[in-house]
Design a protein around this ligand. Sequence first.
Ligand SMILES: Cc1cc2nc3c(=O)[nH]c(=O)nc-3n(C[C@H](O)[C@H](O)[C@H](O)COP(=O)(O)OP(=O)(O)OC[C@H]3O[C@@H](n4cnc5c(N)ncnc54)[C@H](O)[C@@H]3O)c2cc1C
Length: 579
Amino acid sequence: MPVEVVLPMLGITVERGRILKWHKTEGQKVKKGEILFEVETEKVVTEVESPATGILARVLVPEGVEVPLLTVVGVILEEAEEVLPDLGKESLGTQRSAQEPVEKKPGAPSPKSAVSWELAVLGGGPAGYAAAIRAAQRGAQVVLVERDKLGGTCLHRGCIPTKSFLSDVELLRRVRGSELLVGGQGIGLDLSRMVARKDQVVARLHKGLESLLQSLGVTVVSGTGELLDTRTLRVKANGQEEMYSAGHIIIATGSRPRGLAKVEVDGERILFSDHLAAMKAVSERMVVIGGGAIGLEWAAIMKGLGAQVTILELLPRLLAQLDEEMGRILERALEEQGIRVLTQVQIREVKPHGQEVEIGFVLNGESMNIRADQVLVAVGRKPNTEGIGVERLGLDMDGPFIRVDSSMQSSLPWLYAAGDVVGRTMLAHAAFAEASVAVENILGGSRQLDYSRVPSCVYTSPEVAWVGLTEAQAREQGYAVKVQRFPFGHNGKALAMGEPEGLVKIVAEEELGQILGVCILGTNATELLGECLVAMRLEATVEELGDLIKPHPTLSEAITEAAMAWTGRPLHLAGAHKP
Ligand SMILES: Cc1cc2nc3c(=O)[nH]c(=O)nc-3n(C[C@H](O)[C@H](O)[C@H](O)COP(=O)(O)OP(=O)(O)OC[C@H]3O[C@@H](n4cnc5c(N)ncnc54)[C@H](O)[C@@H]3O)c2cc1C
């Protein structure tokens, strides 16, 4: 029987302890009562005895790492245990080599139910794979369970497919929009080649991810996982099941598209974004229900491919989280491209009619309907929490999402969650950051995620990216606010590129110039935001941001100019200069 080695209670007021020294290494024999490790709590060092006679099969918490008391820090296989589990043997005192295959196919010789891992991760999307990578980089033994393909929504149906398509339609837009190319208007895109290119990009990244996990010694298990308790996963695949017990588990099961009441998504004419990622034809008329990031990006793609696109949004404006002024500019830009935008629309019904779909809605109190060849339902996403055992465990929830504290820990010990399933900022880079925070805390660190530093990004044309507070939010929070802007129309590089549409908006605290938020709308906005993230991370003032010497001409000079405007001295903008 495996026996858990627990960091004991070491005083009423003591909560955590740091493992100072292991007296045995993995694979060595140990006797009950023999000193097994030393732990440091505040100023006291305590020797902890082995709870059993056997072989130290796992060191779950390495030397130097601090963990809460009662954490399982190791596992001993008792002497009577004749055969060590396969995976136990594999790792006793040895490090798995980078060349060894790590994909543990269900049905292959299985680990015994009680094999302990330092970390088990449920879900191999951005949150799950980032957690596995981070933990493995720190030397932890990690098992990652994925029921579909590593990379999750982001790689296979989200970020990457849409960016591949958006890049293609952007190319077409630039060629068609150029006055220099003769016959540019007649040029079109070959959808099958676009899809093939997207598939190649996805396949390359997928392969890279598999290799990366393999090189780090992460054990990837294909199958559907379910929590039996806070430290045990049951994984089912091909009619078989295996158990994986771990020191900690991270739930990273992600999300899927949310439907609309009484609207049946058939995958043919009424679609989710998942269906479009594998599209085979472009419909002539498309209605997009939902003016959030996913709806807008797909609207831009379909428009670029030649469809007539109408966006129907429930709220008074697109992208509710975006600064209002920037939202208006974006809406105008989309309309100028021929995308029809209707806001404050209440959908009544969406029904197939022969080869068409009829959409009934109420706008300004008036009932209306339009017909389309296809409808995209992009009204948000819901977390994948069904069937994974959260009800059985009695986990606290935030609505449909798993509730976590600022360390990404759930309401139960040993159990963490990250990514879309916690529903904070449902973006891949937030998932990466949440996963890293969870792992650091599991491995004894103490980290919290500052969501005010998590950027948002929408890859329309023009792109829009922002971080921190909008002007309205800053005022609501009681800041004395000073706002500075710089239009791309005054930026030499933007004009040379033929991309004059855009604006940098910096919201700062008036007295000291603390940067509260930045929003950039324009070509490459998502890349440009990076330097503002650095400035905010390093707590630079607006004045310091304006003090950078940029290569000329660059788009990023627009940020410097907006920051210079804070002192009243932009270089290339009339009217703002102080006497
Ligand atoms: C069209 C679209 C475009 C997007 N564009 C962007 C973008 O440009 N930038 C950005 O930052 N974000 C973007 N996103 C959001 C981004 O894709 C998600 O935020 C991100 O994928 C969340 O990662 P995750 O790991 O939490 O979940 P997911 O990516 O959903 O991964 C969860 C994984 O868990 C697996 N899983 C679920 N349940 C189980 C189970 N019981 N057992 C085993 N495995 C299980 C799933 O198969 C899946 O692989 C986009 C999303 C969409 C839909």
